[in-house]
Design a protein around this ligand. Structure first.
Ligand code: F6P
Length: 541
């Protein structure tokens, strides 16, 4: 056992879990009208209802003890202070500085200089002063990036569709599959398309290949007399830490927006990596997104553990995964505009917490990050919710709902909300055998038929869920929601004693793909690898 699992704080939680797991979830509400008030939190238009979880007041006290044992408060302060908390890459993790109001620190100054440059550029493009090589304004922005240089911006752009500016559309291309770029460009015109090449490193294979194809597509449209450098200057911008490589690629230095080592890719949408979002919704709305995130930063930094929304979410994750032995968490935004949120969260959570050693390099002895999955409700109700309700796995759910919709179709929005709340109720209450039998008898079925069918209709219930309810979906509230999940992931990493800010696991596949690519493009059969890889390559050849 490690210092963590051996600790009295951990052991006390293990004991309490045994006691609490004997009490059905819905009985915790019985005779306790204050349960919602006791187990919900509120900040800046965001409500966390965690009352439908296997917890009681004692569990909260024990959670608090665990967070103290893990040194969470100090770790949060260390992050905000810019300490080198990413110890395997010797870097701070200062995404919070990206949404901090202007300050005179070195980082603060470069962040705000960049925001000013973004403002000038966004204004020029969206006011149609920036013209393409044919003299026409830009109507389409294509972001080429992958991972953190794609998922966050793509999700935010989609989520804020009510705020999209007229006359400009944003597209996101990430996959090295040529079909992705080709399909995107099918209806676009070279003269009115602007590419944002987004890559922290400017070496990522997928992004570089797509950027080269985009450059070819642009230049193919120009006649031989055109000045390629001038054409590219009108249609290519980059966001990167690697200015040298971007310039080498053909992007003028004036078109390159900086990024910094102290911002991790999956935490970077607040930097100029958010440029396509800013072009799509305007700079004022982009700043409102930052302000919302900053509100959540203040809440996270200054609120005691069990009143702190991201911390509570992290403790609940820990509770289920480490004490109830769950393996996954489903995230269910009841909002079509948030349909990309689960995919965004997969990188944030799984790339940050999918680790097997502690910060010190010792093997962990508890499960770390779980599997995050999900999709927009109500669609999942007609597919995988069957497994949530009657399958054999215990899968805690995060429901995300928006109280007030921008749509004028209030009736459909109320249906959406009703379904969201009904799902969390059904997961908790389930349906007993007796209830199933009496329902069937009421429908006129014989006793024998009812007894045969009823076991199939039983829903075990007792399945926990948490609901995050936003007053509205706005740039501000979305900023808070995203920052909330970022901080939850960090808090969880602190409890587990792992580094949330590196991702060494993704490297091996990248290296191996180079050797395989060389064999794929060579003449003749390969026998370089084991028989499976050889056979797959040879069959493609
Ligand atoms: O391969 C994983 C990763 O490094 C992610 O962490 C990152 O967000 C993504 O690749 C893209 O990296 P870059 O922005 O450097 O192209």
């Amino acid at each position: 056992m490690s210092a963590l699992t051996d600790s009295p704080e951990w052991q006390a939680l293990a004991q309490h879990q045994t006691a609490l797991s004997k009490r059905p979830l819905n009985t915790l509400f019985g005779g306790n009208p204050d349960r919602f008030a006791r187990f919900s939190l509120n900040t800046n238009g965001l409500l966390l209802d965690f009352s439908k979880n296997h917890i009681d007041t004692q569990a909260l006290d024990l959670f608090n003890n665990l967070s103290q044992k893990a040194g969470l408060k100090e770790a949060i302060e260390a992050m905000f202070s810019g300490d080198v908390i990413n110890n395997t890459e010797q870097r701070p993790a200062l995404h919070v500085a990206l949404r901090s109001p202007e300050d005179q620190s070195e980082n603060g100054q470069v962040v705000h200089q960049t925001l000013k440059r973004m403002t000038t550029f966004v204004d020029a493009v969206t006011r149609w002063q920036w013209q393409g090589f044919t003299g026409s304004p830009i109507t389409d922005v294509v972001n080429i990036g992958i991972g953190g240089s794609d998922l966050g911006p793509a999700m935010v752009y989609s989520a804020l569709s009510d705020f999209h500016l007229d006359g400009i559309r944003c597209h996101f291309v990430s996959n090295v599959d040529p079909a992705h770029l080709e399909q995107t460009l099918e209806d676009l015109d070279q003269g009115t398309t602007l590419f944002v090449i987004a890559s922290k490193t400017f070496t990522t294979m997928e992004t570089m290949l797509n950027a080269q194809s985009a450059r070819r597509w642009l230049l193919d449209a120009c006649d031989d007399s055109a000045d390629n450098t001038k054409v590219l200057a009108k249609h290519l911008v980059a966001v990167s830490t690697n200015v040298e490589k971007a310039v080498e690629f053909g992007i003028p230095a004036d078109n390159i927006f900086p990024m910094w080592d102290w911002v991790g890719g999956r935490y970077s949408l607040w930097s100029a990596i958010g440029l396509p979002v800013a072009l799509g919704i305007g700079m004022d709305n982009f700043r409102a997104l930052l302000a919302g995130a900053h509100d959540m930063d203040n809440h996270f930094r200054s609120t005691p553990a069990t009143q702190n929304i991201p911390v509570m979410m992290a403790l609940l994750d820990c509770w289920y995964q480490n004490f109830f032995a769950t393996e996954s968490r489903v995230v269910l935004p009841y909002s079509q505009q948030l349909h990309l949120f689960p995919a965004y969260l997969q990188q944030l959570d799984m790339e940050s917490l999918g680790k097997s050693v502690t910060k010190e390099g010792a093997p962990v002895d508890v499960d770390t990050g779980g599997i995050v999955w999900g999709s927009a409700g109500t669609n999942g109700q007609h597919s995988f919710h069957q497994l949530l309700h009657q399958g054999t796995h215990l899968i805690p759910a995060d429901f995300i709902a928006i109280a007030e919709s921008a749509s004028s179709n209030k009736e459909q929005h109320q249906q959406l909300l009703a379904n969201c709340f009904a799902q969390s109720q059904a997961l908790m209450d389930g349906k007993s055998l007796e209830a199933a039998i009496s329902e069937l008898l009421d429908r006129g079925m014989s006793e024998a038929e009812a007894a045969r069918l009823a076991p199939h209709k039983v829903i075990p219930g007792n399945r926990p869920s948490t609901t995050l309810l936003l007053d509205k979906l706005s740039p501000q509230s979305l900023g808070s929601l995203i920052a909330c999940y970022e901080h939850k992931v960090f808090a969880r990493s602190v409890i587990l004693g792992i580094n949330a800010f590196d991702q060494w696991g993704v490297e091996l596949g990248k290296v191996l793909s180079t050797g395989i690519y060389n064999e794929l493009v060579n003449d003749g059969e390969t026998s370089k690898f084991e028989s499976s890889t050889n056979a797959l390559i040879n069959r493609c050849k």
